[in-house]
Ligand binder design. Structure first.
Ligand SMILES: NC(=O)c1ccc[n+]([C@@H]2O[C@H](COP(=O)([O-])OP(=O)(O)OC[C@H]3O[C@@H](n4cnc5c(N)ncnc54)[C@H](O)[C@@H]3O)[C@@H](O)[C@H]2O)c1
Length: 283
């Protein structure tokens, strides 16, 4: 997909962080923007900002863990703007703690928001995007945590590797069927967003994004928060993403160190069978 002018772009988790940066950037390209997000206040602020910037925008209060709400998001987008050309499955959350310390509720929450919702989104929007036959694109937000593992975030790694696998599968299916819908998977390292305050959107009884009483989780939580604060700007990431989509890339890397991280992991799998040391992961 090259041209976004007067095209319809749906972005989940588009009320802040990476999703909002994509909404701003695609809005500059002339796209009509539909934001699905669970955070009411941020959704309202995003609509005001984008409208003031001259962007045609629709906000749909959406909890992506509810398949029915994904269907409602697609319906609302079509009703307002007609054909849908771009879907960014981007909403995401994280927790921190040892795998066995994290509660069932924490595991379920991360799996539902980060992976199941992406699957719901692809399955709901793909037929709608194929039916009009014009150039279209699905962008799934994974992470460098979908390219290389580490400690204290097992649910997050499980989902992000899942999103990479899903996206690769869809890409190959697109090639095999000569589909009009391209696919990319976004794999950033740290970006300056609200991800380390994920608990603002957590079901009420979960007790924070760091598992209560988890020492490793607490140390890792501090490491993650500091990393995010030092991360790249979402606006710079959005620029890289748009260029990569136009270059028809499947994997979108956004940080200079990322190729080396992937290479080290691939070499370790091929040569030693033992993961390379993870640098400064809060241990
Ligand atoms: N920030 C980073 O360092 C980083 C790095 C790699 C990948 N990512 C990924 O980027 C994506 C966007 O996160 P971000 O960093 O911009 O964080 P963010 O917290 O600023 O934005 C996440 C957005 O998702 C929304 N959201 C959360 N739960 C939702 C739900 N159930 N339904 C609908 N919307 C929901 C939030 O309200 C928020 O607007 C996530 O998938 C995250 O895993 C972030």
């Amino acid at each position: 997909m090259q041209d976004f002018n007067d095209k319809t772009a749906v972005i989940t988790g588009g009320a802040s962080g990476i999703g909002l940066a994509m909404a701003r950037r695609l809005g500059q390209e002339g796209a009509n923007i539909v934001i699905g997000d669970v955070e009411v206040g941020a959704l309202g602020r995003a609509v005001v900002e984008l409208t003031d910037a001259g962007v045609a925008v629709e906000a749909v209060l959406t909890d992506v863990t509810d398949r029915g709400q994904i269907v409602a998001l697609a319906d609302a987008a079509q009703e307002r703007f007609g054909d849908i050309h771009f879907l960014h499955n981007n909403a995401g959350v994280t927790t921190a703690g040892l795998a066995e310390e994290q509660s069932d509720a924490q595991w379920d929450w991360v799996l539902e928001v980060n992976l199941l919702a992406v699957i719901y989104g692809c399955r709901e929007f793909l037929p709608r995007m194929k039916s009009h036959g014009k150039p279209a694109h699905i962008l799934n937000t994974a992470s460098m945590a979908g390219m290389s593992g580490g400690p204290f975030m097992a649910p997050y790694f499980a989902t992000k590797f899942g999103v990479v696998g899903l996206s690769e599968g869809l890409w190959h299916e697109g090639q095999a069927t000569k589909s009009n819908v391209g696919v990319s998977v976004l794999c950033p390292a740290f970006v300056r967003t609200g991800i380390a305050r994920s608990d603002r959107n957590q079901p009420a009884d979960m007790g924070g994004w760091v598992t209560p009483g988890s020492q490793g989780g607490a140390r890792f939580g501090e490491f993650l928060s500091a990393g995010v604060d030092d991360g790249i700007e979402p606006a710079d990431l959005a620029e890289t993403v748009l260029a990569a989509i136009r270059e028809q890339k499947l994997w979108i890397l956004t940080h200079p160190q990322s190729p080396e991280v992937i290479e080290r992991r691939a070499n370790a799998i091929a040569e030693t069978g033992v993961p390379p040391e993870v640098r400064s992961m809060g241990r």
